[in-house]
Write a protein that binds this ligand. Sequence first.
Ligand SMILES: [Zn+2]
Length: 53
Amino acid sequence: MTVWKLKCTECGNVWELRTGMDISKLKDGRIYHYCPYCKRNTFHVIVGREDEA
Ligand SMILES: [Zn+2]
């Protein structure tokens, strides 16, 4: 699993997403995902990643 640090472009909050997917390969570098702060789908940018065992 990889822990992705995603920053919401709407509210600016950074939160962590755990997934086995490599979301860094998305073509425009932005991820459309549900934001737990906005409570709706927004664009996010990747600000960090950590690999978990
Ligand atoms: Zn947000």
